[in-house]
Design a protein around this ligand. Structure first.
Ligand code: AMP
Length: 446
């Protein structure tokens, strides 16, 4: 049974039969108001950057038909095979989206956006769901912000996206970045490479992890993604996909890298970077960090080109390139900032007869555009209310007590200067607003 202590804090949680109260689902996190300043800073920087580069926001449902993900991401991928939250409703299998590209592509086609504009840039931000083993930086509900460019098959779009992401990460103060790029070519080149890789891996299968051995015949490219040391040793000398590319793919990739060279972005060509989802063609990239706070899950941004996905979903042949970044991981990589506490005004009340006047005064302050908190907790003492005003960093406290009200006055306490004066009720708000309009007096350092 839940109980409440004298100072208003909960101290015993649980039900009468001894069971524990509800908790968030494993791997899914609450984001509380005290964490929100950092989230909002990240989200605003992301939105500002996307607007600068001509992207418009799209919001699609968190649930899509399961088949959309199977067709886009690929049946034999880790995500589709093991990690989707799927459920049946009215004879249809539905899935909580594990990523944003498939839903955005579905919306792009469904609304015939391509018939109205030859080039479209979209961004999105929202929760994604994957049934992975939770650990620091890896969750079952996590937030992604991503962008998609439809209708541009040229290498500039790829390079510009990587440059934009570097700018954004720099703006957020994320350091120690590693930018890995690769080209996985056309589906035909990939098929050729698949065969080459199989020929290389089959005789070495006994040195691979059990997991890699199990998926070898099905999807040998996935072995390149493996984090297992045994697999890494084997693939470190495997044939490179770059050698299997068509001349046109090679030309496209060398233009991407030429433009990255020109823009001064320091990157590394990583021939074993294939990314976990099947829809990619040509350029793929990943940005990670070695910054200490992030831990083992250090991939911040992943992306690449997917020139065949829209046609594969039944749409026209439209080239596209996109990226997605994990917001929780970015927050781990962003530097700490001293929280800024500031509250212009805290209204202290003393008993029921003072509430309506205090409510009216607080409303006038808020209508003038200043944040004000009203404390009308039953039975809270003057001292405990002032303690809370102080904890919130309030610049002023207005005390509305019954004696003051009788005399048509209220007390205005300057909490920084430790001074107090009484003001007639009709002058309280104008005086307070006058003082708050001096910028140097609005904030108290903490
Ligand atoms: P992906 O769609 O797998 O390429 O993921 C793109 C980015 O989303 C990654 O680089 C991570 O930053 C983030 N991400 C992917 N999976 C998770 C997860 N389970 N928990 C937290 N972040 C994730």
């Amino acid at each position: 049974m839940a109980s409440i202590s004298a100072d208003g804090r909960w101290f015993a949680l649980g039900f009468d039969d001894g069971t524990m109260p509800f908790r968030a689902v494993k791997g899914m996190n609450d984001i509380l108001p005290e964490q929100m300043a950092r989230w909002q800073r990240l989200e605003s920087a992301f939105r500002e950057t996307m607007a600068l580069y001509g992207y418009g926001e799209v919001r699609t449902p968190v649930v899509e038909e399961t088949q959309l993900f199977v067709r886009s991401i690929g049946e034999s991928t880790e995500v589709v095979d093991k990690e989707m939250y799927s459920f049946a409703r009215h004879d249809t299998s539905l899935t909580l989206r594990p990523e944003g590209t498939a839903g955005a592509a579905r919306a792009f086609l469904e609304h015939g956006v391509y018939s109205r504009a030859p080039l479209t840039r979209w961004y999105y931000l929202g929760p994604m769901f994957r049934a992975e083993r939770p650990q620091r930086g890896r969750y079952r509900q996590f937030w992604q912000a991503g962008g998609e460019v439809y209708g541009d098959q040229g290498p500039v779009a790829d390079a510009e996206m990587i440059v934009m992401l570097c700018d954004l990460l720099q703006k957020l103060g994320v350091t120690d970045l590693h930018i890995a790029v690769n080209s996985i070519g056309s589906p035909q080149a990939r098929e050729r490479y698949r065969q080459l890789l199989l020929d290389y891996l089959r005789p070495r299968a006994e040195h691979l992890s059990e997991h890699a051995r199990a998926r070898l015949e099905d999807n040998p490219l996935r072995v390149l993604d493996s984090k297992d040391e045994r697999d890494r040793t084997v693939v470190s000398t495997s044939p490179s996909i770059l050698d299997a590319l068509d001349a046109e793919d090679q030309e496209h990739f060398s233009e991407v890298t030429r433009m990255l060279d020109g823009s001064g972005v320091g990157y590394r060509i990583e021939p074993r970077l294939v990314r976990g989802l099947d829809y990619y063609t040509r350029t793929v990239f990943e940005i990670s960090t070695s910054s200490a706070g992030v831990g083992a899950q250090n991939a911040l941004v992943g992306g690449g080109r997917y020139d065949t996905l829209l046609a594969g979903l039944g749409g026209p042949q439209i080239a596209a390139v996109g990226f997605a970044m994990g917001l929780e991981r970015l927050l781990l990589a962003m530097p700490e900032e001293a929280p800024k506490k500031s509250l212009p005004c805290y209204f202290v009340t003393l008993g029921a007869e003072t509430w309506s006047k205090a409510l009216e005064l607080a409303q006038s302050v808020r209508r003038a555009g200043y944040r004000a908190e009203l404390d009308a907790r039953q039975g809270a003492s003057l001292k405990s209310q002032l303690r809370r005003a102080d904890a919130l960093g309030a610049r002023y406290a207005v005390v509305v007590g019954p004696d003051e009200l009788q005399r048509q006055v209220a007390a205005l306490k300057d909490l920084a200067q430790h001074t107090q004066r009484e003001l007639p009720l009709d002058q309280l708000v104008p005086t307070l607003l006058g003082e708050l309009s001096h910028p140097q007096q609005q904030e108290r350092p903490h």
